[in-house]
Write a new protein. Structure first.
Length: 156
């Protein structure tokens, strides 16, 4: 599972010109799901996101988490985070999960993040969305569950 976090003062998702989700200060999370990702991976990545100290404290130091600043998260599915551009000029997306696993793990990630007390707004899985944001900082962080050592739970 991969997530691109952007600290925002506001973010919004529109579909066909209609606003479907928006947040004030917090995070825009672009989330990509891999084919082996499971609830264990979603839980580990959501915990990492919830606990990251990437918001400024009274001294201007990044010492506060999303929940500590009372922020919210807008989570948008983004299979293109699994783009392979090593060959040719057209990206391949075969490393991304298919739509059934992708949507299920996207929903699980959102549910687990919300269970930490963070208000979560969502885009619409598989839709052609227009995402508008005001990046605060700018402050953008890349998280990859593999690089973080968050692996699928071993089977029985």
């Amino acid at each position: 599972m991969r997530a691109l976090l952007q600290r925002v003062s506001r973010a919004e998702v529109r579909i066909d010109g209609d606003s479907v989700a928006s947040v004030g200060p917090g995070l825009l999370i672009l989330l990509g799901v891999g084919p082996a990702d499971d609830e264990w991976v979603a839980s580990g990545l959501a915990a990492k996101v919830a606990g990251l100290r990437i918001f400024a404290d009274a001294e201007g130091l990044t010492n506060l988490s999303l929940s500590e600043v009372g922020g919210s998260a807008l989570v948008v599915s983004q299979f293109t985070l699994y783009a392979d551009t090593r060959r040719g000029r057209r990206p391949s997306f075969i490393a991304a999960a298919g739509p059934i696993i992708g949507e299920r793990m996207y929903e699980v990630f959102c549910e687990i993040l919300a269970s930490t007390g963070i208000p979560v707004a969502q885009g619409r899985f598989g839709a052609d969305m227009a995402v508008e944001l005001v990046n605060d900082g700018p402050f953008t962080i890349w998280l990859d569950s593999d690089e973080l050592g968050i692996q699928p739970k071993p089977g029985p």
